[in-house]
Design a protein around this ligand. Structure first.
Ligand SMILES: [Zn+2]
Length: 281
């Protein structure tokens, strides 16, 4: 599943071809993905200009010159392709939605498993839009997240820190990979109740989360399963993963140290957690 750094990378890749461009052809090739395409999608986009591209959590947002915002979520297997002229007449397999700009550049959404979402909302009503209204703070909006504020919030939460970080209500857009990596770097056991974290531990978490996300963006986002960047290049952040997917591998921080038996995997709320039981107690 594309995570925040991948979505940011894709959004950045779309800016040069979409911002300021007029949309001259819109194709909707099936009735639905995870939910139906909006009935007014074609008419709302056709012959309108894209003013600005943005990201909120894992959603790509395109503000249109008619006061609407187009929302794209890539779901589990969604990919975005940018095709330059001359454009092929044929559709790719699983090409469910596309837009062609006034420069004859096509942006196509390919989604074999169809867990993605394409939707529209009034730009001014963003805070009330059901998919966005429950989202917490943007982890990339600041270099360091507000640790005192998060510490106070964690003091109300008895569930494991892993679940609290994944819940999206507090910090938006953090998925399983980056939560595992952040907890490893901050040396916090994923099963610890959030309420048990000390202020220094929360401060450490508040520094490592934006840092890891930025490193991932600089590396082009992780490539896992179906995800490919808009330019067809594969991201390289998975080479930087220290614990995610590394069950049984030596721990990169305390190899050979007494008590460190390498990276362990446990299941938490149906998701794998990877961690070093020695470092993260
Ligand atoms: Zn270790």
């Amino acid at each position: 599943m594309p995570e925040l750094p991948e979505v940011e990378t894709i959004m950045q890749g779309l800016i040069p071809v979409l911002e300021g461009r007029r949309l001259e052809h819109i194709s909707v090739n099936r009735p639905d993905l995870r939910q139906p395409f909006p009935p007014a999608l074609k008419v709302s986009l056709y012959n309108h200009k894209v003013l600005k591209l943005r990201r909120r959590a894992k959603y790509i947002l395109a503000d249109i010159d008619n006061g609407l915002t187009l929302l794209i979520h890539l779901g589990m297997s969604g990919r975005v392709f940018i095709d330059y002229p001359p454009l092929a007449k044929t559709l790719r397999k699983h090409e469910h939605f596309s837009m062609v700009t006034d420069q004859n550049v096509k942006i196509a959404l390919i989604d074999p498993r169809r867990f993605g979402i394409v939707s529209l909302f009034r730009t001014k009503k963003e805070k009330e839009f059901p998919l966005l209204r429950h989202l917490g703070m943007e982890p990339l909006a600041a270099d360091i997240l507000p640790s005192q504020e998060l510490y106070e919030i964690f003091k109300q939460k008895r569930s494991p820190i892993k679940s609290v970080l994944l819940a999206q209500k507090l910090i938006a857009g953090l998925g399983n990979i980056y939560v595992c990596e952040a907890l490893f770097r901050a040396a916090i056991n994923p099963e610890r109740p959030a309420i048990s974290l000390s202020l220094p531990e929360v401060s450490s978490l508040c520094e490592v989360i934006p840092a890891i996300l930025r490193e991932a963006i600089n590396a082009g986002g992780s490539t896992l399963r179906d995800y490919v960047r808009t330019d067809g290049q594969k991201g390289a952040f998975q080479d930087l993963h220290q614990v995610y997917g590394k069950e049984g591998k030596p721990c990169p921080i305390c190899p050979g140290m007494p008590g460190c038996a390498g990276i362990k995997r446990i299941m938490q709320a149906g998701r794998s957690s990877f961690y070093c039981p020695k470092r993260q107690q």
